[in-house]
Design a protein around this ligand. Structure first.
Ligand code: SAH
Length: 301
């Protein structure tokens, strides 16, 4: 099935404008290469290059001067991350006009969804993670920009088996939550996933250690993998149905969907949506659910 491509409001829908990005972040210049067609590019398998590309994009799009990432943490491809935020804005548009209050589960060292939500839509965001190093990096990004500092709060989840409980305050309410869950079911599987990605990028045999591909082992795996994580989200959401108007998560494996949809039916979700996303080979989707029916004044989209 053809992937849907970038969201129409995505700022990045074609080739990167490298001269402009280098102007925004001169250090990127040392990583520029030529592709076989002779066009400028960077080595997307090199975390140092992608880190500087991200810094350049965030400086160019949003004037963000202080974004950085400690070595070894997951370095997100920003255009793909932006798609999720735009699809969420569409999902909520009919029911909640105006800036939303969002909960970003597992924000990572990059704080990426919280940044995009704030800068694209002025949402206020509570961003959580379990990893102390990721939280320190996210907090440094937040503190380095007055607008992010005003609109984003970073919180630590101490129990990796919990999603909402222990990190949200009693009576707290959000318009939505979003999540890019740890994907693999074990450290060994995460390592094999990195190797496969490495081979697909044509780097097999390179001396580069695969664990440095980008991503701490703990951020790449959790018990039960992605389906386990989102399954725990479903179960907790059913215990706190009013916490968010819409609960959402990325689901990278389509094979995980039937089980999750069955769990949602059993949990009594009033509405369930699957929003296709992705570009080229990288197909993904957002699973969204709500325990509330739309208010009569807000017609269904
Ligand atoms: N949002 C970032 C990072 C995704 S990786 C991005 O899209 O690039 C998944 C993140 O979830 C990791 O940072 C990991 O530390 C975090 N995580 C794992 N279990 C968690 C839990 N129970 N609650 C909150 N975050 C968790």
């Amino acid at each position: 099935m053809a992937s849907p491509g970038r969201h129409p409001r995505n700022r990045h829908r074609g080739h990167y404008d490298f001269p402009r990005l280098v102007a925004a972040c001169p250090a990127l210049a040392q990583h520029l290469r030529r592709n076989p067609a002779g066009e400028p590019t960077v080595d997307f398998a090199d975390p140092a290059a992608v880190r500087l590309l991200n810094r350049a994009i965030l400086a160019d799009w949003y004037g963000l001067a202080a974004w950085d990432l400690p070595a070894g943490y997951l370095c997100p491809p920003i255009p793909g991350r932006a798609d999720y935020i735009h699809h969420l804005a569409d999902l909520l548009a009919a029911e909640r006009p105006g800036p939303l209050r969002a909960l970003d589960i597992g924000t990572g060292a990059s704080l990426i969804y919280a940044i995009l939500a704030r800068k694209e839509y002025r949402w206020s965001v509570v961003a959580t993670d379990v990893d102390a190093g990721a939280l320190a990096a996210a907090e440094a990004i937040r503190a380095g920009d007055p607008d992010l500092a005003a609109g984003i709060e970073v919180r630590r989840q101490r129990d990796p088996e919990r999603i909402f409980e222990g990190v949200v305050h009693p009576g707290e309410r959000f318009d939505l939550c979003l999540c890019n869950p740890p994907f693999h079911a074990s450290g060994a599987e995460a390592l094999e996933g990195s190797r496969r990605k490495w081979r697909n990028l044509g780097r097999d045999g390179s001396p580069r250690p695969v664990l440095n591909f980008g991503g701490q082992p703990r951020e790449l795996w959790c018990p039960g993998g992605e389906a386990g994580f989102v399954g725990r989200m479903v179960a907790e959401s059913a215990r706190h149905p009013d916490l968010c108007l819409w609960f959402t998560s990325l689901v990278a494996r389509s094979a995980s969907l039937p089980r999750l949809q069955a769990a949602l039916r059993q949990a009594g979700a009033a509405r369930v949506r699957v929003i296709p996303m992705g570009q080229g080979q990288k197909e993904s989707r957002v699973l969204a659910w709500s325990f509330r029916l739309p208010e009569p004044s807000a017609p269904e989209p």
